[in-house]
Design a binder for this molecule. Structure first.
Ligand code: FE2
Ligand code: FE2
Length: 190
């Protein structure tokens, strides 16, 4: 099974909300299944974003089981698989001149950010998903704050993260799953 097939089958098995098929159609028409997960860090290669979303789904499922938090399969799938939809249609291909091991200049293919809808990171994912179906309070808080302490607003002194963590354990869970997925299981191509 390819990552795309695995992603679509989890969505169709576990998410029973009106609007899910419209969201999946939008994803299929976008670059979601070929996009990287970043330009310079984890998953900076074709298909990295879908792979990362599946890894976060696996880790979030594990954490939910280990700590017996009782979140439904549907909430785990929506939160994990769609937390980074802000990165859909967000990267473009480019080139950079670099020196190879012999000191000769070569042209390297890279990805660059090309933000067309600047609505934040987690915030943007929530806004996109809610064009198709409503999110529960746990889901919206978790997706909004999935970057944990790396979130730009949190780094800038916003206290919303700790309040969100008090309101829903899923906030802590998704940020840990996101870190484990990217730092332990995903490569960075030099
Ligand atoms: Fe993210
Ligand atoms: Fe992520």
């Amino acid at each position: 099974m390819t990552n795309k097939e695995r992603f679509l089958s989890i969505c169709r098995d576990d998410i029973k909300r009106d609007g899910i098929e419209d969201l999946l159609r939008w994803l299929e028409d976008s670059d979601f299944f070929t996009a990287p997960a970043s330009t310079r860090f984890h998953g900076n290669y074709e298909g990295g974003l879908c792979e990362h979303s599946l890894n976060v789904h696996r880790e979030l499922t594990r954490l939910n089981d280990i700590y017996q938090l009782g979140y439904s399969k549907e909430t785990i799938a929506v939160t994990a698989l769609f937390h980074d939809l802000c990165k859909v249609n967000y990267y473009k291909r480019g080139t950079r001149n670099i020196k190879d091991e012999n000191g000769n200049w070569i042209v390297k293919d890279i990805y660059e950010v090309d933000e067309k809808l600047p609505l934040g990171h987690g915030e943007k994912s929530c806004l996109i998903i809610q064009k198709y179906f409503p999110l529960s309070m746990d889901e919206v808080l978790a997706i909004r704050w999935h970057m944990g302490g790396f979130d730009a607003a949190a780094k800038g002194g916003d206290y919303g993260l700790s309040k969100a963590q008090d309101m829903s354990k899923l906030v802590t869970l998704i940020s840990v799953a996101d870190l484990i997925a990217s730092n332990l299981f995903e490569e960075t191509k030099k």
